[in-house]
Design a protein around this ligand. Structure first.
Ligand SMILES: Cc1cc2nc3c(=O)[nH]c(=O)nc-3n(C[C@H](O)[C@H](O)[C@H](O)COP(=O)(O)OP(=O)(O)OC[C@H]3O[C@@H](n4cnc5c(N)ncnc54)[C@H](O)[C@@H]3O)c2cc1C
Length: 435
């Protein structure tokens, strides 16, 4: 039995490592250096395309918990990060060249991994028993076209337009009111009204805040989905006819329509996360925090995810994938990495381990191993494969996607440590013995 992995990035490298260690013969297809993506600079496997940090190491952060889970699952990316570690306070930062050299050499020297430097243009050209598609946010155009034929054009996307998400327990609910526009659609939205003065203060801050510069290959996608600050720059009142429009909303406190309204929409069933509707943005992360905290009710907002607009190939996983990351309509094809709608280096790599575990089980006629939702990896996979999701946007690790704790803990750090403790216990009990 053979497995084909398309893409030797973070997810593909992890998957190859897990399967090869289990004795499975892997053909790992990587198109670089013959054909480059617009962001990669080398032919190395596991190249980091931008920041050299894999996020916080602290267990009181979601990113720290995710990496701890990966370490317990014998992650190649974590091993490489330890080899290539550079001091950076609480962050796990690496020397990017040493990091990707380590991954490349480890896989090149593995007797069960055959690295084939070729672009896969059509999935039908592959004859292996199982195929894992881990071709990343910059999947080549030929493969994207082949994917369109496989899954349908409407389920493949080419850019992210992500609005920020805030933790419910950091919102001041005394400053707003529940209700949908014109009373339609029940109480799915929480509305934060603004007076004219509050709006003007917010507006000024928004149009003068610092933005992340666009990369050349992102320009085409920018016009297709305008960031909130760009809409604002087109006129002082444009937001009042766009994302901040107050029509159809009456503030019960005043009995009147507010001057402007920011709408928050529940992001999950539990109501622990809220999406700022229409707030996709290119502002830098620190500027988003500064400007969006000017919105009444969000003064102390904690962000589970910040807004982004960038080039990103990904599929509608909630519609297309089973919980083991296999394709519903052809379950010998699996997906992993950023293309599934997870967001970030570690998240992509973690999903590669998860897919590989389930590929191995399939090869051995075993039922899928669905990680418990209490674990960060389980919660992420559950998020991206949740069939009830109306609108799907990529997601990174955060505590808001975990089921709430039974006990109420006020201290934020303690609460997060408790989440991590519960996650690691669950991983040790329900996952590690079975992989
Ligand atoms: C410009 C940019 C900057 C980013 N910056 C960050 C950041 O700073 N921090 C962060 O956490 N995340 C960042 N991300 C998001 C994401 O975490 C990374 O892109 C991550 O590398 C995704 O891992 P992956 O394995 O899914 O894809 P990749 O690591 O991109 O791996 C996919 C691999 O597939 C190969 N490939 C593509 N098509 C084919 C084909 N047809 N045949 C064979 N091989 C193919 C590619 O060459 C590539 O090596 C960034 C994304 C982009 C696009």
């Amino acid at each position: 039995m053979k497995v084909a992995i398309i893409g030797g990035g973070l997810a593909g490298s992890e998957a190859a490592w897990y399967l090869a260690n289990k004795g499975v013969k892997v053909n790992l297809y990587e198109m670089r250096p013959k054909k480059m993506t617009p962001a990669h600079k080398t032919g190395n496997l596991g190249e980091l395309v931008c920041s050299n940090s894999l996020g916080s190491k602290e267990l009181s952060t979601a990113s720290g918990l995710l990496k701890k889970e990966m370490e317990l699952l014998n992650s190649l990316i974590i091993k490489a990060a330890k080899e290539a570690y550079v001091p950076a306070g609480q962050a796990l930062a690496v020397d990017r060249e040493k990091f990707s050299n380590f991954i490349t050499e480890t896989l090149e020297n593995h007797k069960n991994v055959n690295i084939i430097r070729e672009e896969i243009k059509d999935i039908n050209d592959l004859s292996e028993d199982i195929i894992l598609i881990a071709s990343g946010p910059l999947t080549s155009e030929n493969l994207s076209n082949s994917l369109k034929n496989l899954i349908g054009e409407n389920y493949l996307y080419f850019y992210d337009a992500i609005a920020p998400i805030v933790y419910a327990d950091s919102i001041d609910f005394s400053k707003g009111f529940w209700g949908s526009r014109y009373g339609k659609g029940g109480n799915d939205y929480f509305n934060l009204p603004m007076t004219k003065e509050e709006y003007e203060r917010f507006y000024k801050a928004l149009i003068s805040a610092q933005q992340v510069p666009l990369k050349d290959f992102e320009r085409n996608y920018y016009e297709a989905c305008l960031p909130i600050e760009e809409i604002a720059r087109r006129g002082k009142e444009t937001l009042l006819y766009g994302p901040l429009k107050p029509v159809g909303l009456i503030d019960p406190k005043t009995g009147k329509r507010p001057y402007a309204v920011v709408q928050l929409r529940k992001e999950n069933k539990e109501g622990t996360l809220f999406n700022l509707v229409g707030f996709q943005t290119k502002l830098t992360y620190p500027e988003q925090k500064r400007v969006f905290r000017l919105i009444p009710g969000l003064e102390n907002a904690e962000f589970a995810r910040l807004g982004q607009i960038h080039r990103n190939t990904y599929i509608n996983s909630p519609r297309l994938l089973n919980k083991d990351l296999s394709l519903k309509k052809k379950d010998n094809i699996f997906f992993a990495g950023q293309i599934t709608g997870v967001e970030g280096y570690s998240e992509s790599a973690a999903s590669g381990i998860y897919a590989a575990i389930n590929i191995f089980r399939k090869l051995n006629g075993k039922e899928p191993l669905i990680f418990p939702k209490e674990t960060m990896i389980g919660a992420l996979i559950n998020y991206i494969t949740d069939e009830n999701k109306k609108e799907f946007q990529p997601m990174g690790a955060n505590f808001g996607i975990l089921p709430p704790l039974k006990e109420k803990i006020k201290d934020k750090k303690l609460k997060r440590l408790k989440y991590s403790e519960r996650a690691l216990e669950s991983l040790k009990r329900n996952v590690l013995p079975f992989i």
